[in-house]
Design a protein around this ligand. Sequence first.
Ligand SMILES: [Zn+2]
Length: 375
Amino acid sequence: MLKSGISIGRLFGIPLRLHFSWFFIFALVTWALATNYFPGVYPEWSLTSSIVTGIITSLMFFGSVLLHELMHSVVAIKSGIPVKSITLFIFGGVSQITEEPSNPKLELKIAIAGPLTSLLLGGMFWVIFDMVPASFEYIIAVSFWLSLINIMLGVFNLLPGFPLDGGRVLRAILWWRSGNLRRATRWASNAGRGISFLFIFGGIWLIFQGPEWWFNGLWLAFIGWFLGNAAVGSYRQLTLQQMLQGHTVSEAMTRNCVKIQQHLTLNELVNEHILSTGNQCFVIADGDNIRGLITLKEVKAIPQEEWTDKKVTEAMLPFEDLMHVRPDEDLAHVLKVLTEEEIGQLPVVEGGNIIGMISRENLLAFINIRDKLGM
Ligand SMILES: [Zn+2]
C-alpha cells in the first residue's frame, strides 16, 4: 500500500518518501493546532500567527517521526541489514527493513531505537520549554506541544503488540526465551490484536462521551483497526515465508507462457492467441531472441481502437526492464520480491530465456495443495 507517494530525497543513503495520506494528516494536524489548540492556550494570538506556528509545529512533528524511523534504520544498517526506504504516511512512519533480524538481540536493538529517540526528543523539547524565558511565547508553545507529542509517540510505540515497536521487543524476548521465532511472532501478534480491540472499544466508548470527543474516538478506533490488520497480516506473511522456504521456483511456476513473434499486432494477439486459447501471458521474440513480455494488463493499457495498428512490441514490457527470478531460487525470496515491489508476477528466466511465470496465485496454490495433502 505504501508504494504510491513522492520521493523527498535521501538520508544516510536511505530513500525517503511521503505517502499521499501523509498530506491529509499534515493538513489535519496543522488545522487542529491553528484553529483549536493554539487559540485555546493563547487567545490573544492573531489567526496568521496561529497558522504559521501551526505549520512550523507540524513540520517539526513530522521531522520527529522521521527521526524515529531513521534511528530504526540506522541501527539496522549498522548491523548489516539493508533498509529499502522510509515512508511517512497517515499513521506515522514505516521503515522498509528488507530482512528479518537474524537473532533476538538484534531485533530488540532495532525495535527499541525508535521509541527511545521519541522519548529523548520529548525530553529535549521539555528542557527547551522549561528553560526559555516566558517572553518567548512561540518557542514555549511549540516546544511544549512537541514534547508531549513525542513522549506520546514513544509510549504508544512501546505498547507490547506486534507489529508496534513494543511488540517487536516482546517478540524478541519471547524468541530469545523459546528459540522459536514463529511461535514468538504468534504470541506477539495476538497481543497486537488484543491491543487493537482495546483501541477500537476505547474509541467507540469515547465517541459516546460527547461531541468534543467523537473525533478522538474515531481516530483511536481507526488506529486500532489498522493495528489489528497489521498484526494479522505480518503474522500471515511470516507463516507464508516459512512454508515457502526451502522450495524452489520451478516447483510452483506456470510454464504455459506462449512465445509469439514480434511482428504481430495487438489485434492479432487478441484474436488469434488470447481469445482462442485463453492464455494470458506471452513472451515476445525476434526469432530466438526474447524481446519482452506481454500480459492482459499491458494489452488493456492501449485503447482498443489502436489495436489494429499497434505492434505487440509497442505495448510489451521490454526484457531488459523486467525483474526476474531463476527456476532454482527460493520461493520465500520470490514472496519477498513480490511484496516489496508490489507486483503480481515475475518472469522465470533460465539461460536468457523466459521459461515461465511465477505469481502470488502460484504461491498460494502451492501452499494450498500441500496443505490439503497434509504435507
Ligand atoms: Zn518505531
